[in-house]
Design a protein around this ligand. Structure first.
Ligand SMILES: [Zn+2]
Length: 104
């Protein structure tokens, strides 16, 4: 995963999103899209689920940062805490493999 300290414009100007964990702006294609389903945060592996999304590096450290900052309730505009166990399980299984394999 490339992560430069500065933003570069020009060249390919793909869509960018900010990781809710580390707050680094990254190409959307490098981030995992998350959506809220009731009080759960779930990974949107195909990028097709409706509703407000949040973006996260597919890294456990960023998930933990996001939890510590209570970034998910803020990102999804809900008052209460959200269950991220499904995101955690996904990251656990995929580790740092970003490609969308068929979920088991
Ligand atoms: Zn991050």
């Amino acid at each position: 995963m490339r992560r430069h300290g500065k933003l570069e414009y020009g060249g390919q100007a793909g869509p960018q999103r900010t990781c809710v964990g580390c707050r680094v702006r990254t190409a959307k294609s490098e981030l995992l899209r998350l959506v809220r389903v009731e009080d759960h945060v779930v990974p949107d592996l195909r990028g097709r689920l409706p509703g407000r999304g949040a973006s996260l590096h597919p890294a456990m450290s960023c998930l933990e940062l996001a939890e510590r900052r209570r970034a998910f309730p803020r990102a999804f505009r809900v008052p209460g805490p959200l269950d991220v166990s499904r995101v955690r399980a996904h990251l656990d299984r995929e580790d740092h493999d970003m490609s969308c394999r068929t979920p088991s």
